[in-house]
Ligand binder design. Structure first.
Ligand code: T6T
Length: 321
């Protein structure tokens, strides 16, 4: 046999052995290229459930199997063992919302080093070399939109507070930053700073109570996600300040939508989590099939008010698929 023929025979044999093991060429780990695992930030939470519904539908459409494994808390210590377990299951791809921009780098690197295609959905790591693609809302822009919306509601005047979730969450940190930057364009408004509710609604309610005691002239609040908005609404209700202090929140859970309808919240910046999930699967499948992957994909957001909410009900989040 000539050298070229021998080489071709060796390549074909190696490919056949890998195929027999259910592995991919170039991967000795025997990954299942038809299997995708989704690890959201938190279980039983309408934003991530809506994301999961979008991802499941798209995976089915494309002939892939998608399993979801979620931590009970939005916390890196709770999410890390789930990533480790998922790696052991040898999926071809991992869709993940990292609960911390640096603390989740190590387990996600382990997934990448095992040959798994890592795609970020919603949140992202600071280290952009680990995931192949990041799909999310433009969160900084969402924060700016929240500031513009709140400025209109308070007539461009007065002190305002930001209630953020957990420091180190890429999305909500970007929202708070966008809000603070945009506030500079509204000289009549002043910032009372950023306080953290640890993603617990009850802590957001306490922050509102304490802030009102120290600043009875509080004009408005920007709450950066679901838990902070739901909790801030409770705090305002407890203080008898509903409607007097304007509240703009991120997300559109069933409870938040109900609060918007009742006038408890004046505006919601709704994301499109189902599309984040579907686009995440598209990127994972492109990577698995050796097609071009987009490093950054941005999805839509909309500011919902009581007046236009029903015309935009497709943005309301779901509690089940
Ligand atoms: O706001 C969403 C998500 O975008 C964020 O990263 C974390 O909080 C939520 O899941 C809402 O609870």
């Amino acid at each position: 046999m000539r050298t070229g023929t021998v080489l071709a025979a060796v390549v074909m044999t190696v490919a056949a052995v890998l195929a027999g093991c259910g592995g991919q060429i170039g991967d000795s780990g025997g990954l299942d290229a038809k299997k995708i695992v989704l690890i959201p930030g938190k279980a039983d939470e309408p934003f991530y459930l809506s994301l999961q519904c979008g991802a499941q539908d798209r995976a089915k459409e494309l002939g892939y199997q998608l399993n979801t494994q979620a931590p009970t808390q939005f916390d890196a210590a709770a999410q890390t063992p789930i990533v480790t377990g998922a790696i052991a299951g040898k999926p071809g791809a991992l869709l993940i919302a990292p609960t911390h921009a640096t603390a989740m780098a190590s387990p996600m690197k382990q997934a990448r080093d095992a040959g798994i295609k890592v795609i970020e959905v919603d949140t992202a790591l600071d280290d952009t070399s680990i995931a192949l693609s990041s799909v999310s809302s433009d969160n900084r822009k969402g924060g700016q939109l929240a500031a513009q919306t709140l400025a209109k509601l308070v007539g461009g005047k007065g002190p305002v507070l930001v209630i953020n979730t957990k420091a180190g969450t890429s999305t909500t940190d970007a929202r708070a930053q966008g809000f603070t930057d945009e506030l500079k364009n509204h000289p009549g408004m002043s910032s009372l700073g950023v306080q953290y509710n640890n993603n617990e609604a009850a802590q957001a309610a306490s922050i509102v109570t304490a802030t009102l005691a120290a600043h009875p002239d509080l004009a408005g609040i920007f709450a950066t996600n679901l838990s902070s908005t739901e909790g801030a609404a409770t705090g305002l209700r407890n203080a008898g300040k509903l409607g007097a202090v304007k509240l703009v929140g991120f997300d559109a859970s069933p409870k938040q939508v109900e609060d918007l309808r009742a006038g408890t919240v004046q505006a919601l910046i709704a994301q499109d989590p189902a599309t984040i999930g579907a686009d995440g699967v598209d990127q994972a499948v492109a990577a698995l099939e050796g097609k071009p992957v987009e490093r950054t994909v941005k999805t839509d957001m909309i500011a919902l008010t009581q007046a236009d909410m029903d015309a935009n009900s497709k943005y309301f989040y779901k509690s089940r698929c």
